[in-house]
Design a protein. Structure first.
Lengths: 420, 441
């Protein structure tokens, strides 16, 4: 904590001077009165928008750049593709639904609540069909969880690739879910819950995206969710009902959930064999790699969030998360991993949810090599890219939870780099 | 497994009584010894059934108790988390019995949805398909994306080849080289393919396609016939190539040491800069972007700002330009309805075609201005021979020609690469043509 923010007169003057000298607009060492203050502004004289002008409010137009974006050349068609959450521009931990990343295998479907059916069958005493209304009559719970695509940061295995944290780490969102524990539905149907059984789940869309979940997890914290951040799920996130599989790869969070089957073996579907398996350097593949290991990234400064204010007080901010539970500590390095400082964490206690961290510091204007390193409740320390490559090689695609490096120049411009 | 207790239990006991009564009556009439023996065997069978039913009922009851106990245990732990401020809500209560919600699933309903195929072949329907039929179906229904030899078109998945590349720098993971179970291919093709027309293949067509994919991977000869009977015997090339998650042993155990905070290394130099600006796709971008890493395309920086320039969001003036077309249609309500209906119908086309602002060629050509245009006239698009021939013969996509084409593409134009089966409803055709017409060139 040596470099923690210590306001001083000298630092303040240095910062002000830098801003005044730079091209950045703003109040600094004013010689002439600021017309924004001395002149009557339109918005202080005319009236503004009335209520109901926007019955469902969208962000103000000045924020219209804070949107999901895709990388067109990554996939053959936007219908089977992914886009990225603008995590560089968000703060706190909750991801608004409207900018939370999307991943579809056969496009997002429009499924009315009235047309929704959920079947539970297989090794159960009572195969059942539920309507949407039935689901809302079971006791429900609220939980905040992150959902991370297994391929998040997957483009970065062989080297620094995409220049923006939205693209390197944006296959993630974090919402407060309302839903019924899966175990309640299994109990309702009289499921065989012996530990060697599996719960196969599939969606109502054309891809169906079936996945097998081991019984222990199914009974533990899996939710059949119908609300996120207080409102109905968005179409692109599985309206009206999706599965929430806390801490496990996003592909298992089946959207438009239509069937739950208790089976005696894993189905070994396309999504758990040909995809979402990890090829190691020797050509063998890892399967059933469900848990998303501890990971963190600095969201600002980052390539899309340059330092515009010159020297002086600087808030280094980022996100950390672990599929194994809580984040207990995040360290930040400004010199590429030679020395580390422990960052200030946001709210404690959220398990398998995003944790916000801040390092409040004074920037002297010298280039920095920024890194963050997360530690979770199991004591697991987020590895470097080289540590991961040593274990898995460079063809793994999925589950890249390496330490990310941003080079920040003296001008405050940040770039995705690799460091020795 | 799926029947409720009362269904299983009562008929069995009822049956026992009936058979016993019949046995007594029959004995009194002095039937032969052999018939009596037969009846005794039958009685013991029925009794055995009854015993099994009783056992099942007991198993069911003990399973329910086991489940309730497990849930209790989980919820006690969750309640503890609530007490420690770690859960947002108290855990859902554990119900003694059931809530009685939902209704029994009918057998026909289960049959309609429970179509997954397990690795040992359980779940496969009766049927078969040979390589040559498979080739025909594949060319017709799959090749527009996957290539005629399963080699993959554009950025779509390659299904064949890639053997012994898994340890290479750029592994080619195909059905042949990578997939460990044949059931996965059958299951996925049957349920989720063709892209944009999922669920329309017959069982025999699916067997045939799978047989053809095996053939295109050189894993079977051209006289191979795949059926539900020989399915389980087939062993995939990479069946032993998978192990279950080894991270707990190889990584977790090792990476739990208190990390270094000071003088952790002597120097830290930048060894690589980011390769791509997001707005600059690499030549012929591939599914695996990892193999594109090179020193080319280094971002350029200026003092004014970062290298990132957003491009994906439409600019406001572009949006405005797209509006008039729709507004003109607003004048006639009926047309508006047709436009809206057409927009819905067009969802069926979207897996291959784009239309509207910024539409590009994908599997099929971009469709801006297609109504009234000469056939095969989108520059740079690789049309089928059939389409080129029709274009040379002067085919123009009038509304009538387009309607005929959309009704049954393959009948209208033999050899078209468009794998779409056609729009059955004339209303849908009319609507989608109105929709397409609204997008000028």
């Amino acid at each position: 904590m040596d470099d923690a923010f210590k306001p001083s007169r000298r630092a303040f003057l240095k910062g002000s001077a830098a801003v005044a000298a730079g091209s950045v607009a703003g109040a600094a060492a004013a010689d002439t009165p600021d017309p924004l203050i001395t002149e009557l502004q339109d918005w202080a004289s005319y009236t503004g928008a009335g209520v109901d002008e926007s019955p469902y409010g969208m962000p103000i137009s000045f924020e219209s750049h804070v949107v999901r974006r895709n990388v067109e050349w990554l996939t053959a068609s936007p219908i089977s593709s992914i886009n990225f959450t603008p995590i560089h521009a968000l703060d706190g931990t909750i991801t608004p639904q409207g900018c939370a990343f999307e991943r579809h295998h056969s496009g997002a479907i429009e499924l009315r609540k009235e047309d929704y059916r959920l079947m539970i069958n297989g090794l159960v005493d009572r195969p059942l069909v539920f309507t949407y209304d039935d689901i809302e009559r079971f006791p429900r719970e609220n939980h905040v969880y992150f959902c991370e695509c297994a391929a998040n940061t997957g483009m970065e295995w062989a080297g620094a690739q995409l220049n923006g944290v939205q693209f390197t780490h944006g296959m993630i969102h974090n919402m407060e879910y309302t839903g019924v524990p899966l175990r309640t539905l299994l109990q309702e149907a009289g499921a065989d819950i012996s530990p060697d059984k599996w719960v196969y789940v599939e969606g109502a869309d054309a891809s169906s995206n079936g996945r097998s979940i081991p019984m222990e997890k199914a009974l533990d914290d899996v939710l059949v969710a119908f609300k996120a951040n207080g409102e109905a799920l968005r179409m692109e996130h599985g309206y009206p009902v999706r599965l929430v599989v806390p801490g496990w790869e996003g592909n298992m969070w089946v959207k438009w959930l239509r069937r739950i089957e208790v089976v005696d073996v894993a189905v070994e579907s396309r999504e758990e064999t040909s995809k979402y398996t990890d090829v190691y350097a020797d050509g063998t593949a890892q399967k059933w790699t469900w848990v998303m290991d501890a990971k963190s990234v600095i969201t600002s400064p980052s390539p899309q969030m340059p330092i515009k204010h010159g020297q002086g007080p600087l808030v280094i901010s980022g996100l950390a998360w672990s599929g194994h539970g809580q984040i207990t500590r995040v360290d930040v390095s400004k010199d590429g991993g030679i020395t580390w400082e422990t960052a200030r964490l946001g709210k404690q206690g959220d398990s398998k949810a995003l944790t916000r961290f801040y390092l409040d510091t004074n920037w002297d204007g010298a280039p920095m090599i920024l890194q963050a390193r997360a530690i979770d409740e199991t004591g697991y320390v987020q590895p470097t890219k080289d540590q991961l490559r040593e274990k898995r090689g460079e063809n793994s695609v999925y589950h890249n939870n390496c330490i990310q490096t941003w080079y920040v120049s003296a001008e405050g411009i940040a770039e995705n780099v690799e460091v020795s | 497994m799926s029947k409720s207790l009362s269904h299983v239990f009562l008929p069995v006991f009822g049956g026992t009584a009936l058979v016993l009564a019949a046995a007594v009556a029959i004995t009194n009439r002095n039937y032969g010894q052999s018939q009596i023996e037969t009846l005794e065997t039958r009685i013991s069978q029925v009794e055995a059934h009854a015993a099994t039913a009783q056992e099942n009922a007991q198993a069911e009851a003990s399973r329910a108790a086991e489940l309730a106990a497990k849930v209790e245990e989980i919820q006690t732990a969750a309640a503890e988390r609530v007490a420690n401020g770690m859960n947002l809500t108290a855990p859902a209560p554990n119900n003694e019995g059931t809530y009685g919600l939902g209704r029994p699933a009918l057998e026909q309903e289960i049959a309609a949805w429970d179509v997954d195929v397990l690795p040992d072949g359980r779940g496969l329907p009766v049927g078969s398909g040979d390589v040559w039929t498979g080739e025909e179906v594949f060319v017709d229904r799959c090749a527009s994306c996957h290539g005629e030899f399963a080699e993959g078109a554009d950025n779509w998945p390659v299904l064949a080849g890639g053997f012994d590349t898994l340890a290479d720098e750029d592994p080619v993971k195909t059905v042949g080289s990578y997939w460990p179970h044949l059931s996965t291919a059958w299951d996925y093709i049957s349920r989720s393919m063709p892209f944009g027309e999922a669920g329309t293949l017959t069982a025999d067509e699916t067997y045939a396609i799978v047989a053809y994919i095996l053939y295109s991977n050189d894993l079977v000869d051209d006289d191979f016939v795949l059926s539900n009977e020989n399915f389980a015997d087939f062993e995939m090339y990479n069946m032993d190539g998978f192990v279950v998650d080894i991270r707990p042993e190889t990584e977790y155990a090792e990476w739990r040491e208190e990390p270094c905070m000071e003088n952790c290394k002597t120097e830290a130099a930048v060894t690589m800069r980011s390769v791509f600006l997001v707005e600059t796709p690499p030549e012929g971008g591939s599914n695996s972007v990892m193999n594109e890493a090179s020193a080319d395309g280094l971002p350029t920086f200026t003092a004014e700002g970062p290298s990132f320039i957003p491009t994906a969001a439409p600019k406001p003036e572009e949006e405005a330009a797209a509006t008039p077309a729709v507004q003109e249609i607003d004048e006639a309500d009926q047309t508006t309805d047709l436009f809206a209906a057409g927009e819905k119908v067009f969802k069926k086309c979207k897996s291959c075609h784009q239309v509207g602002d910024g539409a590009k060629d994908s599997t099929g050509p971009a469709l801006n201005g297609v109504i009234g245009a000469n056939a095969g006239s989108v520059e740079g698009f690789k049309y089928s021979k059939a389409m080129k021939t029709a274009a040379e013969a002067g085919l123009v996509w009038t509304e009538e020609e387009m309607a005929a084409f959309l009704a049954k593409p393959k009948d209208y134009m033999k050899g078209t690469r468009m794998s779409f089966a056609g729009l059955k409803k004339p209303d849908d055709i009319e609507a989608v043509i109105v929709y397409l017409k609204s997008f000028g060139s």
